[in-house]
Design a protein around this ligand. Structure first.
Ligand code: ATP
Ligand code: MG
Length: 615
């Protein structure tokens, strides 16, 4: 009897899972439902982080999601089997019942582990999170077709190197920004890297730009070969990459630069854009795609978009407007600047006059012959006021493709006396931003990146910069030698008589000579980012008109006494001159409004404090 009791107890214990099976099945359903809710919360958060900030899930989050899927699949199997196995297969059902108990515990644990207090995501590789502001592409049969062709090449395993060429301003960069944004979102490549190459780039410059895009510090490597090895390794670490080299002017052997050759194994792709078919050939492009000018109809559509979609042209004006568009020869940059210049004009006489101007418009500037420059010249001449034209020309002092910070640009405009009639500094900034907006509206400046703390930037299209430089060169008012090997400056003192602005930004090997013949009109001298170490002690002797002096990011250790002669100086910018320990007396500089000493080694400033007009 005793034995029977024991056997009964054992049987009861063994069958216990079976007895509570129904109840446990319900509990399991509930736990899985709770787990699924957590899973969808996690997925929604991930999606938002990816779309808004381009961030990727942490590996532990990916593993968790995989485990959630596994348990859901297994629970589905168990339930299916429970439905199939008959009541007579007690052992089988018992095992399944045990599984149900196990899965309840696992589901609870998984849900707990899905809290991820320290966040769900990691940053993507630096440089690959930003997309470009989208520009709506016009051109069903030209631009959009080319976009499609490039996309097809990028999906074709046989093609690794693609060359895109076409005239200046025809839309190569615009098409590539779309490709960049699209492939960044698609995740086809582990990394999408954009590098603007530009006219002045040599091998060193290109390697530096690539290192910046890859966030690799090459400052300790002086030798091009070592740099290429380091870049090569950085590229390989990224796995399958898409590299876009925009605006190439000469050929570079990829291996010398440090870029791995695309092949069927690494599945990497490189696309370059250039104005020259020769560059495509020289780079051994496997496919070459020509970007053609827009057709008549497409040009008209783009022009009308620039005029404003709600702007209706009268039947008398429309044919004249069509002739105006024809003068632009299908070049988008010409079309959008001329379109912007004619926005809001509803007087037929002004349209007729514009057509005449355009027909007769020759850039009439050395080195500029293309038709596109006639349109750009027209747009420049039609800017609202002389201040707008001056502000536009000023931007050419910055290097090609530079992101120009609006605040510091306006600061210089103010110091240079562009808005002299405005007393209040805040109002000066308001005026500056208004001019920038007008120039953007006129398509003469482009929107740049948005920096930290909402700092805004603008860019100047390389063709518009060429135009600005040619205009200022003709009047002999600007000397622009940015990012170049300058040597002695000024080379010819006699040529300095009419010069009002000099920019040697990012240039090297500068030896500033004392200007005995004076620079009577010089207002702006920008030497920031140049390799300047010394300034001749008499250099500022005859520059009484100088208003803006930017020596930021140079290696200067002291400033010459002749600085005191700059009685008209409004802005002295010495930001990040880390070796600068001493500044001579500034008492004479009664007009000084802006003095930037951030990042210098100057400690005692109190002595000067209060002795000049500090803004
Ligand atoms: N298909 C298009 N539809 C609408 N706008 C366009 C199109 N193509 C170009 N644009 C506009 O024209 C401007 C000039 O185009 P883009 O900079 O792409 O020319 P590019 O061929 O790269 O010139 P460059 O050889 O000087 O680098 C752009 O700022 C863009 O706004
Ligand atoms: Mg371009």
């Amino acid at each position: 009897m005793e034995h029977l009791g024991t056997i009964f107890e054992m049987g009861k214990a063994i069958c216990a899972p079976l007895q509570s099976l129904k109840k446990n099945e319900d509990i399991l359903d509930k736990r899985i439902e709770e787990l699924s809710c957590r899973e969808s919360d996690v997925r929604a958060k991930l999606e938002r982080e990816k779309l808004q900030y381009g961030k990727m899930p942490k590996s532990e989050v990916e593993l968790w999601l995989k485990n959630v899927q596994n348990i859901k699949d297994k629970v589905h199997d168990i339930k299916q089997k429970l439905g199939e196995v008959s009541w007579t297969h007690i052992w089988l059902r018992m095992n399944l019942a045990k599984e149900v108990e196990k899965k309840i515990k696992e589901a609870v644990e998984l849900k707990e582990n899905g809290q991820f207090q320290e966040g769900l995501v990691v940053d993507l590789l630096v440089g690959s999170t930003e997309t470009f502001p989208p520009i709506k592409i016009v051109g069903e049969t030209t631009a959009l077709k080319n976009l499609q062709k490039i996309e097809e090449c990028l999906m074709d395993d046989e093609v690794g190197k693609i060359g895109v060429y076409g005239m200046g301003g025809v839309g190569k960069t615009t098409i590539m920004t779309h490709i960049h944004n699209k492939f960044m979102k698609a995740g086809t490549f582990n990394s999408v890297i954009w590098v603007t190459v530009s006219k002045e780039s040599d091998l060193k410059e290109l390697q530096d730009r690539l290192s910046k895009a890859l966030s690799e510090d090459l400052s300790n490597y002086k030798d091009a070969l070592c740099k290429s090895a380091k870049l090569f390794e950085a590229f390989n670490r990224r796995g399958k990459f898409l590299l876009i080299l925009d605006d190439m002017w000469s050929t570079f052997p990829l291996t010398r630069v440090g870029v791995p050759e695309p092949n069927q194994e690494n599945k990497c792709k490189i696309v370059w854009t250039t104005r020259s078919k020769k560059v495509c050939r020289g780079m051994c492009s496997q496919r070459t795609i020509k970007v053609d000018a827009l057709t008549k109809d497409e040009s008209w559509t783009l022009f009308k978009e620039k005029l404003g979609t709600d702007f209706v042209l009268s039947p008398e004006i429309e044919p004249i407007a069509k002739d105006v568009v024809e003068e632009c020869d299908g070049l988008p940059l010409g079309i959008i600047t001329v379109g912007a210049a004619m926005r809001g004009v509803d007087d037929i006489r002004i349209w007729r006059n514009a057509l005449e101007d355009l027909k007769n418009s020759r850039p009439d500037l050395e080195g500029l012959e293309d038709d596109v420059f006639s349109c750009l010249r027209f747009s420049f001449d039609h800017l609202k006021t002389q201040i707008h034209r001056d502000c536009f020309l000023y931007c050419a002092l910055y290097p090609e493709d530079d992101q120009i910070e609006c605040d510091s640009l306006i600061e210089k405009w103010m110091a240079d006396g562009f808005f002299d009639e405005i007393e209040d500094r805040e109002k000066g900034f308001d005026k500056g931003y208004t001019v920038i907006n007008d120039l953007k509206d006129a398509c003469m400046l482009e929107k740049g990146e948005l920096g930290d703390f909402n700092r805004s930037f603008v860019r100047m299209h390389d063709l518009l910069r060429d135009l600005a430089i040619a205009i200022t060169r003709k009047s002999r008012q600007f000397v622009v030698e940015v990012s170049s090997n300058v040597g002695k400056f000024p080379r010819d003192e006699n040529l300095m008589d009419d010069v009002i602005r000099v920019s040697l930004i990012h240039s090297s090997n500068i030896e500033l000579l004392s200007c005995q013949s004076k620079c009577p009109k010089l207002c702006t001298l920008l030497l920031n980012g140049s390799g300047l170490g010394n300034i001749d002690h008499l250099f500022f002797e005859h520059m009484q008109n100088l208003r803006v002096l930017d020596l930021s990011d140079t290696d200067i250790t002291c400033l010459p006494q002749s600085l005191s002669n700059l009685v008209n100086l409004h802005a002295l910018l010495l930001r990040n001159c880390e070796y600068l320990t001493m500044v001579p007396s500034l008492v004479q500089l009664r007009e000084l409004r802006v003095l930037d000493l951030t990042g210098t080694a100057i400690e005692i400033f109190a002595r000067w404090n209060g002795q000049f007009n500090q803004s």
